[in-house]
Design a protein around this ligand. Structure first.
Ligand code: ZN
Length: 442
Protein backbone atom coordinates (compact mmCIF):
# COMPACT_ATOMS: atom_id res chain seq x y z
CA UNK A 1 0.00 0.00 0.00
CA UNK A 2 1.51 3.36 -0.98
CA UNK A 3 2.40 5.51 1.95
CA UNK A 4 0.10 8.36 0.97
CA UNK A 5 -3.05 6.28 0.63
CA UNK A 6 -4.47 7.67 3.84
CA UNK A 7 -3.79 11.21 2.69
CA UNK A 8 -2.77 12.06 6.24
CA UNK A 9 0.74 13.56 5.81
CA UNK A 10 1.33 13.57 9.57
CA UNK A 11 1.50 9.76 9.52
CA UNK A 12 3.82 7.16 8.08
CA UNK A 13 2.21 3.90 7.11
CA UNK A 14 4.00 0.87 8.54
CA UNK A 15 1.88 -1.84 6.98
CA UNK A 16 -1.64 -2.89 6.10
CA UNK A 17 -3.96 -5.86 6.00
CA UNK A 18 -7.08 -6.14 3.93
CA UNK A 19 -10.03 -8.39 4.63
CA UNK A 20 -13.36 -8.78 2.86
CA UNK A 21 -14.88 -5.84 4.70
CA UNK A 22 -12.02 -3.92 6.25
CA UNK A 23 -8.68 -2.25 5.87
CA UNK A 24 -6.40 -2.49 8.90
CA UNK A 25 -3.61 0.04 8.56
CA UNK A 26 -0.65 0.29 10.90
CA UNK A 27 0.89 3.75 11.18
CA UNK A 28 2.95 6.06 13.35
CA UNK A 29 3.37 9.80 13.46
CA UNK A 30 5.92 11.04 10.92
CA UNK A 31 7.50 13.58 13.24
CA UNK A 32 6.46 13.10 16.84
CA UNK A 33 6.07 16.13 19.02
CA UNK A 34 8.42 15.71 21.96
CA UNK A 35 7.07 18.30 24.34
CA UNK A 36 5.69 17.39 27.76
CA UNK A 37 1.92 17.65 27.71
CA UNK A 38 1.98 18.66 31.37
CA UNK A 39 4.79 21.24 31.76
CA UNK A 40 5.80 21.85 28.12
CA UNK A 41 9.39 20.91 28.83
CA UNK A 42 11.32 19.48 25.91
CA UNK A 43 13.43 17.36 28.21
CA UNK A 44 11.64 14.07 27.59
CA UNK A 45 12.72 10.47 26.98
CA UNK A 46 11.02 7.57 25.23
CA UNK A 47 8.86 5.42 27.47
CA UNK A 48 7.60 2.62 25.24
CA UNK A 49 4.69 2.51 22.82
CA UNK A 50 0.97 1.93 22.93
CA UNK A 51 -1.33 0.95 20.11
CA UNK A 52 -4.31 3.19 19.51
CA UNK A 53 -7.14 2.31 17.13
CA UNK A 54 -8.68 5.23 15.28
CA UNK A 55 -11.53 4.76 12.82
CA UNK A 56 -11.34 6.58 9.54
CA UNK A 57 -13.43 7.27 6.44
CA UNK A 58 -14.48 4.17 4.54
CA UNK A 59 -12.27 3.46 1.54
CA UNK A 60 -13.30 1.50 -1.60
CA UNK A 61 -16.46 0.54 0.29
CA UNK A 62 -14.45 -0.99 3.13
CA UNK A 63 -14.22 0.13 6.72
CA UNK A 64 -10.89 1.59 7.74
CA UNK A 65 -9.13 1.18 11.07
CA UNK A 66 -5.81 2.95 11.67
CA UNK A 67 -3.71 1.25 14.34
CA UNK A 68 -1.39 3.98 15.51
CA UNK A 69 1.78 2.82 17.19
CA UNK A 70 1.89 5.80 19.50
CA UNK A 71 4.96 6.75 21.44
CA UNK A 72 4.95 7.28 25.16
CA UNK A 73 7.36 9.65 26.86
CA UNK A 74 8.52 10.44 30.32
CA UNK A 75 9.24 14.04 31.20
CA UNK A 76 12.49 14.54 33.05
CA UNK A 77 11.40 17.92 34.37
CA UNK A 78 8.08 17.03 36.01
CA UNK A 79 8.29 13.26 36.05
CA UNK A 80 4.93 12.70 34.28
CA UNK A 81 4.50 10.09 31.57
CA UNK A 82 2.35 10.90 28.57
CA UNK A 83 1.37 9.74 25.11
CA UNK A 84 2.43 11.83 22.15
CA UNK A 85 -0.13 14.15 20.58
CA UNK A 86 -1.84 12.50 17.61
CA UNK A 87 -2.51 15.01 14.83
CA UNK A 88 -5.84 14.80 12.90
CA UNK A 89 -7.31 12.44 15.50
CA UNK A 90 -10.29 13.37 17.63
CA UNK A 91 -9.20 12.14 21.03
CA UNK A 92 -12.74 12.10 22.46
CA UNK A 93 -13.98 9.71 19.81
CA UNK A 94 -10.86 7.84 18.65
CA UNK A 95 -11.62 8.73 15.09
CA UNK A 96 -9.99 10.94 12.52
CA UNK A 97 -11.35 14.49 12.58
CA UNK A 98 -12.42 14.04 8.97
CA UNK A 99 -14.52 11.02 9.95
CA UNK A 100 -16.17 13.03 12.71
CA UNK A 101 -17.31 15.70 10.27
CA UNK A 102 -18.29 13.12 7.67
CA UNK A 103 -20.56 11.39 10.21
CA UNK A 104 -22.16 14.72 11.06
CA UNK A 105 -23.04 15.47 7.44
CA UNK A 106 -23.94 11.89 6.63
CA UNK A 107 -26.46 11.77 9.49
CA UNK A 108 -28.55 14.32 7.64
CA UNK A 109 -29.21 11.82 4.89
CA UNK A 110 -28.61 8.36 6.39
CA UNK A 111 -29.77 6.58 9.51
CA UNK A 112 -27.45 6.09 12.49
CA UNK A 113 -27.63 2.31 12.08
CA UNK A 114 -26.63 2.54 8.43
CA UNK A 115 -23.67 4.79 9.20
CA UNK A 116 -22.53 2.65 12.12
CA UNK A 117 -22.45 -0.36 9.85
CA UNK A 118 -20.65 1.52 7.11
CA UNK A 119 -17.72 2.57 9.31
CA UNK A 120 -17.62 -0.22 11.87
CA UNK A 121 -18.50 1.61 15.08
CA UNK A 122 -21.52 1.33 17.37
CA UNK A 123 -24.75 3.19 16.74
CA UNK A 124 -24.23 4.94 20.08
CA UNK A 125 -20.94 6.39 18.85
CA UNK A 126 -22.56 7.71 15.70
CA UNK A 127 -25.34 9.22 17.80
CA UNK A 128 -22.81 10.98 20.06
CA UNK A 129 -20.75 12.32 17.17
CA UNK A 130 -23.93 13.58 15.55
CA UNK A 131 -25.05 15.26 18.72
CA UNK A 132 -21.73 17.15 18.92
CA UNK A 133 -22.14 18.11 15.29
CA UNK A 134 -25.63 19.49 15.91
CA UNK A 135 -24.45 21.39 18.99
CA UNK A 136 -21.79 22.99 16.85
CA UNK A 137 -24.36 23.95 14.19
CA UNK A 138 -26.64 25.22 16.93
CA UNK A 139 -23.81 27.45 18.11
CA UNK A 140 -22.83 28.77 14.69
CA UNK A 141 -26.08 28.94 12.71
CA UNK A 142 -28.10 31.70 14.36
CA UNK A 143 -31.53 32.53 13.06
CA UNK A 144 -32.79 36.04 13.47
CA UNK A 145 -35.18 36.30 16.43
CA UNK A 146 -38.69 36.88 15.01
CA UNK A 147 -40.50 40.07 15.98
CA UNK A 148 -43.73 38.31 15.09
CA UNK A 149 -43.48 34.73 16.18
CA UNK A 150 -45.72 31.78 15.47
CA UNK A 151 -45.97 28.61 17.52
CA UNK A 152 -47.58 25.67 15.80
CA UNK A 153 -47.44 21.97 16.16
CA UNK A 154 -46.56 19.20 13.78
CA UNK A 155 -46.91 15.53 14.47
CA UNK A 156 -43.72 13.71 13.51
CA UNK A 157 -42.19 10.50 14.83
CA UNK A 158 -45.21 9.65 16.95
CA UNK A 159 -45.45 12.90 18.85
CA UNK A 160 -46.65 16.48 18.53
CA UNK A 161 -43.67 18.85 18.27
CA UNK A 162 -43.65 22.61 18.50
CA UNK A 163 -42.57 24.57 15.43
CA UNK A 164 -41.43 28.13 16.01
CA UNK A 165 -41.79 30.42 13.03
CA UNK A 166 -41.04 33.90 11.82
CA UNK A 167 -44.36 35.32 10.58
CA UNK A 168 -42.84 38.23 8.64
CA UNK A 169 -40.63 35.96 6.62
CA UNK A 170 -42.71 32.81 6.53
CA UNK A 171 -39.84 30.73 7.83
CA UNK A 172 -39.36 28.16 10.55
CA UNK A 173 -36.70 29.01 13.12
CA UNK A 174 -36.90 26.04 15.44
CA UNK A 175 -38.44 22.67 16.01
CA UNK A 176 -38.78 21.55 19.62
CA UNK A 177 -39.08 17.92 20.76
CA UNK A 178 -42.45 18.50 22.46
CA UNK A 179 -44.87 21.27 23.39
CA UNK A 180 -44.43 21.31 27.15
CA UNK A 181 -44.27 24.61 28.92
CA UNK A 182 -40.74 23.92 30.15
CA UNK A 183 -39.49 23.14 26.64
CA UNK A 184 -41.01 26.31 25.20
CA UNK A 185 -39.80 28.43 28.12
CA UNK A 186 -36.24 27.11 27.83
CA UNK A 187 -36.22 27.86 24.13
CA UNK A 188 -37.54 31.39 24.66
CA UNK A 189 -35.02 32.05 27.45
CA UNK A 190 -32.16 31.20 25.12
CA UNK A 191 -33.25 33.61 22.38
CA UNK A 192 -30.89 36.40 21.47
CA UNK A 193 -32.63 39.78 22.01
CA UNK A 194 -35.74 38.04 23.23
CA UNK A 195 -37.30 41.34 24.25
CA UNK A 196 -37.76 42.28 20.58
CA UNK A 197 -40.56 39.73 20.18
CA UNK A 198 -43.76 41.77 19.86
CA UNK A 199 -46.46 39.25 19.03
CA UNK A 200 -46.82 35.52 19.30
CA UNK A 201 -49.54 33.84 17.26
CA UNK A 202 -50.51 30.45 18.64
CA UNK A 203 -52.98 27.68 18.97
CA UNK A 204 -55.11 27.59 22.11
CA UNK A 205 -52.63 25.52 24.05
CA UNK A 206 -52.13 26.83 27.56
CA UNK A 207 -48.45 25.81 28.02
CA UNK A 208 -47.50 28.01 25.01
CA UNK A 209 -49.27 30.98 26.51
CA UNK A 210 -47.84 30.48 29.98
CA UNK A 211 -44.30 30.10 28.68
CA UNK A 212 -44.63 33.30 26.61
CA UNK A 213 -46.15 35.25 29.50
CA UNK A 214 -43.37 34.18 31.83
CA UNK A 215 -40.32 34.53 29.62
CA UNK A 216 -41.23 37.28 27.15
CA UNK A 217 -43.97 39.18 29.01
CA UNK A 218 -43.76 42.15 26.63
CA UNK A 219 -44.98 39.99 23.74
CA UNK A 220 -48.71 40.00 23.04
CA UNK A 221 -50.35 36.62 22.67
CA UNK A 222 -52.66 36.37 19.67
CA UNK A 223 -54.74 33.28 19.04
CA UNK A 224 -54.32 32.36 15.41
CA UNK A 225 -57.62 32.92 13.59
CA UNK A 226 -57.18 29.64 11.76
CA UNK A 227 -57.41 27.64 14.97
CA UNK A 228 -60.57 29.44 16.06
CA UNK A 229 -62.61 29.22 12.87
CA UNK A 230 -61.59 25.61 12.49
CA UNK A 231 -63.69 24.91 15.57
CA UNK A 232 -66.79 26.12 13.70
CA UNK A 233 -66.09 23.54 11.01
CA UNK A 234 -65.63 20.87 13.67
CA UNK A 235 -69.01 21.83 15.17
CA UNK A 236 -70.61 21.61 11.72
CA UNK A 237 -69.18 18.11 11.34
CA UNK A 238 -70.49 17.18 14.74
CA UNK A 239 -74.01 18.32 13.78
CA UNK A 240 -73.84 16.32 10.55
CA UNK A 241 -72.70 13.16 12.31
CA UNK A 242 -75.43 13.44 14.95
CA UNK A 243 -78.04 13.29 12.18
CA UNK A 244 -76.73 10.13 10.60
CA UNK A 245 -78.72 7.81 12.83
CA UNK A 246 -82.00 9.21 11.46
CA UNK A 247 -81.06 8.72 7.82
CA UNK A 248 -81.51 5.91 5.36
CA UNK A 249 -78.27 4.42 4.00
CA UNK A 250 -78.83 6.29 0.74
CA UNK A 251 -79.39 9.61 2.47
CA UNK A 252 -76.37 8.95 4.62
CA UNK A 253 -74.22 8.51 1.54
CA UNK A 254 -75.68 11.68 0.07
CA UNK A 255 -74.89 13.63 3.20
CA UNK A 256 -71.39 12.20 3.29
CA UNK A 257 -70.99 13.34 -0.30
CA UNK A 258 -72.21 16.83 0.57
CA UNK A 259 -70.15 17.26 3.69
CA UNK A 260 -67.70 19.42 1.75
CA UNK A 261 -70.59 21.70 0.83
CA UNK A 262 -71.38 22.09 4.51
CA UNK A 263 -67.79 23.03 5.28
CA UNK A 264 -67.48 25.52 2.45
CA UNK A 265 -68.14 29.22 2.95
CA UNK A 266 -71.50 30.29 1.60
CA UNK A 267 -70.04 32.80 -0.84
CA UNK A 268 -67.90 30.09 -2.40
CA UNK A 269 -70.76 27.71 -3.22
CA UNK A 270 -71.75 27.21 -6.85
CA UNK A 271 -75.41 26.93 -7.88
CA UNK A 272 -75.55 23.17 -7.65
CA UNK A 273 -73.97 23.17 -4.20
CA UNK A 274 -76.31 25.91 -3.03
CA UNK A 275 -79.25 23.87 -4.28
CA UNK A 276 -78.00 20.79 -2.38
CA UNK A 277 -77.49 22.80 0.77
CA UNK A 278 -81.03 24.23 0.57
CA UNK A 279 -82.37 20.72 0.13
CA UNK A 280 -80.66 19.46 3.27
CA UNK A 281 -81.68 22.53 5.23
CA UNK A 282 -85.37 22.12 4.24
CA UNK A 283 -85.50 18.46 5.20
CA UNK A 284 -83.27 18.77 8.25
CA UNK A 285 -83.69 22.22 9.76
CA UNK A 286 -81.01 21.54 12.40
CA UNK A 287 -78.47 20.98 9.67
CA UNK A 288 -79.46 24.29 8.06
CA UNK A 289 -79.29 25.96 11.44
CA UNK A 290 -75.86 24.42 12.06
CA UNK A 291 -74.66 25.78 8.74
CA UNK A 292 -75.98 29.24 9.58
CA UNK A 293 -74.15 29.17 12.93
CA UNK A 294 -70.91 28.16 11.27
CA UNK A 295 -71.20 30.96 8.73
CA UNK A 296 -72.13 33.53 11.35
CA UNK A 297 -69.17 32.49 13.43
CA UNK A 298 -66.78 32.99 10.52
CA UNK A 299 -68.29 36.44 10.03
CA UNK A 300 -67.17 37.51 13.49
CA UNK A 301 -63.73 37.73 11.89
CA UNK A 302 -64.97 40.33 9.43
CA UNK A 303 -65.29 42.74 12.35
CA UNK A 304 -62.89 45.65 12.20
CA UNK A 305 -62.43 46.22 15.93
CA UNK A 306 -62.26 43.93 18.90
CA UNK A 307 -65.30 45.60 20.50
CA UNK A 308 -67.31 44.86 17.39
CA UNK A 309 -66.04 41.29 17.35
CA UNK A 310 -67.07 40.74 20.95
CA UNK A 311 -70.56 42.16 20.28
CA UNK A 312 -70.93 39.87 17.26
CA UNK A 313 -69.77 36.94 19.30
CA UNK A 314 -72.27 37.58 22.09
CA UNK A 315 -75.11 37.86 19.60
CA UNK A 316 -73.91 34.66 18.01
CA UNK A 317 -73.93 32.73 21.32
CA UNK A 318 -77.49 33.89 22.02
CA UNK A 319 -78.60 32.62 18.63
CA UNK A 320 -77.53 29.01 19.28
CA UNK A 321 -80.69 26.93 19.57
CA UNK A 322 -80.73 24.65 22.65
CA UNK A 323 -80.75 21.53 20.43
CA UNK A 324 -77.37 22.51 18.95
CA UNK A 325 -75.76 23.86 22.09
CA UNK A 326 -73.68 20.74 22.75
CA UNK A 327 -72.09 20.86 19.30
CA UNK A 328 -71.00 24.48 19.65
CA UNK A 329 -70.01 24.23 23.32
CA UNK A 330 -66.26 23.75 22.56
CA UNK A 331 -66.23 27.18 20.87
CA UNK A 332 -68.02 28.81 23.80
CA UNK A 333 -65.57 27.25 26.25
CA UNK A 334 -62.52 28.23 24.18
CA UNK A 335 -63.81 31.78 23.82
CA UNK A 336 -64.30 32.18 27.55
CA UNK A 337 -60.83 30.77 28.33
CA UNK A 338 -59.00 32.72 25.65
CA UNK A 339 -61.16 35.79 25.02
CA UNK A 340 -58.52 38.52 25.40
CA UNK A 341 -56.09 36.62 23.20
CA UNK A 342 -58.70 35.77 20.57
CA UNK A 343 -59.73 39.43 20.49
CA UNK A 344 -56.11 40.58 20.30
CA UNK A 345 -56.24 39.38 16.71
CA UNK A 346 -58.49 42.34 15.87
CA UNK A 347 -55.77 44.71 17.05
CA UNK A 348 -52.99 42.82 15.29
CA UNK A 349 -54.35 40.48 12.63
CA UNK A 350 -51.32 38.23 12.42
CA UNK A 351 -51.60 34.63 11.37
CA UNK A 352 -49.37 31.84 10.28
CA UNK A 353 -49.59 31.69 6.53
CA UNK A 354 -47.80 28.45 6.07
CA UNK A 355 -50.10 25.87 7.58
CA UNK A 356 -50.26 24.21 4.17
CA UNK A 357 -46.46 24.15 3.93
CA UNK A 358 -46.28 22.54 7.36
CA UNK A 359 -48.66 19.85 6.17
CA UNK A 360 -46.39 18.97 3.27
CA UNK A 361 -43.43 18.98 5.64
CA UNK A 362 -45.22 16.48 7.89
CA UNK A 363 -45.91 14.34 4.84
CA UNK A 364 -42.29 14.17 3.64
CA UNK A 365 -40.94 13.78 7.17
CA UNK A 366 -43.19 10.84 7.91
CA UNK A 367 -42.20 9.21 4.66
CA UNK A 368 -38.55 9.80 5.42
CA UNK A 369 -38.86 9.16 9.13
CA UNK A 370 -38.21 5.44 9.31
CA UNK A 371 -34.95 4.77 11.14
CA UNK A 372 -34.32 8.41 11.98
CA UNK A 373 -34.28 9.90 15.41
CA UNK A 374 -36.17 13.10 16.08
CA UNK A 375 -32.82 14.90 16.50
CA UNK A 376 -31.69 13.82 13.04
CA UNK A 377 -34.93 14.92 11.37
CA UNK A 378 -34.82 18.16 13.29
CA UNK A 379 -31.28 18.84 12.12
CA UNK A 380 -32.29 18.04 8.57
CA UNK A 381 -35.14 20.52 8.79
CA UNK A 382 -33.23 23.30 10.50
CA UNK A 383 -29.70 23.02 9.17
CA UNK A 384 -30.02 22.20 5.49
CA UNK A 385 -28.27 25.34 4.41
CA UNK A 386 -29.76 25.52 0.92
CA UNK A 387 -33.23 25.98 2.36
CA UNK A 388 -32.33 28.98 4.49
CA UNK A 389 -33.64 32.42 3.76
CA UNK A 390 -30.48 34.50 4.03
CA UNK A 391 -30.29 38.21 3.37
CA UNK A 392 -27.07 40.18 3.06
CA UNK A 393 -27.31 43.42 4.90
CA UNK A 394 -24.66 46.10 4.56
CA UNK A 395 -24.05 48.31 7.57
CA UNK A 396 -25.62 51.77 7.60
CA UNK A 397 -23.89 54.29 5.33
CA UNK A 398 -21.31 55.98 7.46
CA UNK A 399 -21.37 59.71 6.68
CA UNK A 400 -17.92 61.32 6.76
CA UNK A 401 -17.83 64.58 8.66
CA UNK A 402 -14.74 66.32 7.33
CA UNK A 403 -14.92 67.62 3.79
CA UNK A 404 -13.53 65.12 1.39
CA UNK A 405 -11.23 66.40 -1.29
CA UNK A 406 -9.49 64.35 -3.93
CA UNK A 407 -6.71 63.50 -1.50
CA UNK A 408 -9.29 62.59 1.13
CA UNK A 409 -10.88 60.08 -1.21
CA UNK A 410 -7.48 58.62 -1.94
CA UNK A 411 -6.88 58.30 1.75
CA UNK A 412 -10.18 56.54 2.37
CA UNK A 413 -9.50 54.11 -0.41
CA UNK A 414 -6.12 53.41 1.03
CA UNK A 415 -7.04 53.08 4.63
CA UNK A 416 -10.71 52.12 5.01
CA UNK A 417 -11.00 48.50 6.06
CA UNK A 418 -13.13 46.45 3.68
CA UNK A 419 -16.81 46.98 4.30
CA UNK A 420 -18.27 44.31 6.51
CA UNK A 421 -21.36 42.67 5.13
CA UNK A 422 -23.68 41.33 7.76
CA UNK A 423 -25.65 38.25 6.95
CA UNK A 424 -29.09 37.77 8.41
CA UNK A 425 -30.48 34.28 8.44
CA UNK A 426 -34.26 34.29 8.79
CA UNK A 427 -34.58 30.54 9.07
CA UNK A 428 -35.95 27.74 6.94
CA UNK A 429 -38.13 28.31 3.92
CA UNK A 430 -40.37 25.28 4.39
CA UNK A 431 -41.58 25.07 0.78
CA UNK A 432 -38.02 25.16 -0.49
CA UNK A 433 -36.99 22.52 2.03
CA UNK A 434 -39.82 20.21 1.01
CA UNK A 435 -38.94 20.66 -2.67
CA UNK A 436 -35.27 19.87 -1.94
CA UNK A 437 -36.15 16.75 0.01
CA UNK A 438 -38.51 15.59 -2.72
CA UNK A 439 -35.82 16.15 -5.34
CA UNK A 440 -33.45 14.04 -3.24
CA UNK A 441 -31.06 16.97 -2.83
CA UNK A 442 -30.86 16.63 0.94
ZN1 ZN B 1 6.79 17.78 32.19
Amino acid sequence: MPSNILNLPAYTILGSKESEHDYHIKAETASPLTVCSNCHSRDVVGYGRVEVLAHDLPMHGKRVGIYIDARRFKCKSCGKTFMEHLPDINANRWMTERLVSWIGQRSMTNTFTGIAEEIGVTEGTVRNVFSDYVNELERTVRFDTPKWMGIDEIHIIQRPRAVISNLHNNTAVNLLPNRNKKTIATYLSGLKDRDIVQYVAMDMWRPYREAVQEVIPQAKVVVDKFHVVRMANDAMESVRKSLRADLSPQQRRGLMHDRFVLLRRERELNDQQRFNLDGWAKNYPLLGEGYRLKEEFFKIYDASTKQQAQIRYEAWVKSIPPELRDHYQPIVTAWSNWQPFILEYFNHPITNAYTESLNSLIRVMNRLGRGYSFEALRAKILFSRGAHKVVQKRPKFDRQNQSIGYAGIRMMMDYEPPEKIEEINYGVDIDKLVAMIEAGEI
